[in-house]
Design a protein around this ligand. Structure first.
Ligand code: EPS
Length: 388
């Protein structure tokens, strides 16, 4: 059984989002404030729509924490949907006083039609409420707890946006600390000032055209010990688990590890990372990290580097042709509100998904029911690696 189990619950305009996370060891210092910083970062980003002016996401730690420390029991987190107040009579578990108008017009690119067919619902709100990327707030809350645990064990995670629409950053060899500081200071989570200006212009122009823009973000994890994941079985390969975790984020259509698709265009000598040894630090070294910290589905001690590509948001002001699911007539789509670009927000969700995946892999390696036990076991693993 995996060491870490979690799931989320909640509809976009329902009363609240809920997450339960089980497997975090006892004794981890944890406050709601540790979660709120990441929730606030997820709400930021040039190009977001009106909804983010309504919400101010805050986590309530409901269970599994006592006096500021985890107990080892399941942790429940709750985030209120402030917008729920505007949905009286249309959302919530109780029967409605009168039947709300059904939403019967599926948006191409959304889960609306596929979900409506699967669950046999003709009011497509029954699908889109859960399919909404609002759910990612709950993932970020779970990820923040995992990030806290990882930080105690020397693992740090950050993301930065590397492309929005046609605009890409200029590749740089900035130290990772600098990359992190710059992306944190940027409204688009982009470390390249010049590219960021062009990205903002592209978003503005796209908004004026009634359209939306996607992009790519990169997640980097440092301090990851070698030996997480395994080559011995398909579902224990950590690169596969990371790919699934990132691909499961709303609107993500492609994931790369290390140099990703580029491996198929280069010769072997320009893909694989040579191995060296630092006798002082008693550790193996690599001059390059094209593998993104993973070989054979196992971490090799280099930073773990993953990229995810997000498609443009499917709710378009100038909508694509579609068909009403009841009348089967084509219609000109109705439009309420939407984000133009949410790649910066998605990058924070990417950090969360990587944090959750790495925390699970690390706990599987170390075992341990208390933070002290996890620490001791990890120290033992580090000693073993040094003596190898
Ligand atoms: C979303 C549509 C928009 C976004 C929402 C995701 O919400 P609404 O339909 O209320 O305008 O704002 O994102 C969030 C609410 C969030 O917290 O990120 C969608 O359809 O996926």
């Amino acid at each position: 059984m995996t060491r870490l189990r979690w799931s989320t619950s909640g509809e976009s305009h329902g009363p609240e989002l809920v997450a339960i996370l089980e497997g975090i060891p006892a004794g981890l210092p944890l406050l709601a404030a540790d979660v709120d910083g990441d929730l606030a970062r997820r709400q930021r980003g040039y190009g977001r729509g009106g909804r983010m002016r309504i919400e101010t996401d805050r986590a309530q730690l409901v269970t599994g924490v006592r006096g500021g420390e985890t107990l080892g029991s399941p942790i429940a987190l709750v985030i209120a949907n402030r917008d729920h107040a505007n949905w009286a009579g249309r959302m919530g578990p109780d029967p409605f006083p009168s039947r709300p108008e059904a939403l019967t017009r599926p948006r191409p690119g959304h889960a609306d039609l596929a979900g409506g067919l699967k669950y046999d619902r003709h009011d497509l709100r029954d699908i889109l409420e859960r399919a909404s990327a609002r759910e990612t707030a709950a993932r970020v809350a779970v990820g923040a707890v995992c990030r806290k645990l990882l930080a105690e064990l020397g693992v740090e995670i950050f993301a930065h946006v590397v492309a929005i629409g046609p605009v890409s950053v200029t590749p740089s060899d900035l130290p990772l600390d600098e990359l992190r500081a710059r992306s944190r200071a940027s409204d688009l989570a982009c470390a390249d000032d010049v590219a960021e200006l062009a990205m903002r212009a592209a978003i503005l122009e796209t908004a004026h055209a009634g359209d939306t823009l996607g992009g790519t973000f990169e997640v980097v994890a440092t301090g990851v010990p070698p030996g997480l994941g395994s080559h011995v079985q398909w579902d224990r390969k950590l690169d596969g688990l990371l790919a699934q975790a990132l691909m499961s984020i709303h609107a993500i259509k492609a994931v790369e590890i290390g140099i990703g698709f580029e491996v198929s265009r280069r010769r072997g000598s320009e893909v694989h990372d040579a191995i060296g040894y630092d006798a002082v630090a008693r550790t193996f070294t690599r001059p390059t990290n094209r593998a993104g910290g993973l070989e054979g589905g196992i971490t090799n001690g280099m930073p773990v580097v993953c990229r995810a590509a997000m498609k443009p948001i499917a709710t378009l002001k100038r909508a694509l042709p579609s068909v009403d699911v009841v009348t089967k007539e084509p219609f000109a789509a109705a439009f309420e509100r939407s984000d133009v670009c949410a790649v910066a927000a998605a990058s924070v969700v990417g950090e969360a998904m990587v944090a959750i995946t790495l925390a699970g892999a690390l706990l599987e390696k170390t075992g341990g029911d208390s933070l002290g036990e996890v620490r001791r076991n990890l120290d033992g693993i580090r000693r073993q690696n040094a003596e190898y």
